[in-house]
Design a protein. Structure first.
Length: 202
């Protein structure tokens, strides 16, 4: 039980840094929310269509490489360094304005296109995400992929749904200081987890 709770907290903290990123998906959700308060949930479904098979195929790759003794060390070091870089870029993004642009497509297709064509999303899963997938497989074999995905994906629905419903009401939280403070705090915690990952291999 302790093992699951530790992994649960790790997935939540590490994942949320990517979930609430103020990027194209976030901007389109705000725009779509002005017209449909539940657009965020439809965008999340489109996001899932891309994310689920990607995680499955990364899991296949991880399983095929687990026999190499150096793999765990390499993925931990690479994942930790990626966390530090990702956190730095995230904090830097706080000082840049996010343009709210209208999508040419419906919420569902927007979720697919802005996920599949987002290099930041792909880099996240092939670095930080791969560490989470690897840890889940070690603990629960193939079932671990499903457990990790379940712990991660609900946050996409919760956040994107919240964003679209909040933007529909014209709330200022999404562009105000509370959001920036939350974002900064989460990325500081993310750096802490990066240090913990590194210390685990020594």
């Amino acid at each position: 039980m302790q093992e699951f709770l530790t992994f649960f907290v790790t997935v939540i903290v590490v994942s949320i840094s990517g979930v609430i990123t103020p990027g194209p998906l976030f901007a389109s959700t705000v725009s779509s929310g002005l017209k449909q308060s539940l657009a965020g949930f439809k965008i999340a479904i489109g996001h899932t269509v891309v994310e689920l098979p990607l995680i499955f195929f990364i899991g296949l790759g991880v399983i095929s490489l687990e026999n190499f003794s150096e793999f765990r060390i390499l993925i931990t070091v690479f994942g930790s360094l990626s966390i530090f870089m990702f956190a730095a870029l995230q904090i830097r993004s706080l000082f840049h304005r996010v343009d709210i642009k209208k999508s040419k497509y419906g919420p569902f297709m927007t979720g697919i296109f802005l996920t599949g064509l987002n290099p930041f999303f792909l880099v996240w899963w092939f670095t930080i995400g791969m560490k989470l997938i690897s840890d889940s497989i070690i603990m629960w074999s193939w079932w671990g992929i499903g457990i990790m995905f379940g712990l991660h994906i609900w946050m996409d629905y919760a956040w994107l749904g919240f964003v679209s419903m909040t933007s529909a009401k014209g709330a200022s939280f999404l562009v105000g200081r509370p959001y920036k403070a939350l974002f900064l705090g989460i990325n500081c915690i993310l750096v802490y987890f990066g240090m913990v990952f590194l210390l685990d291999i020594f």
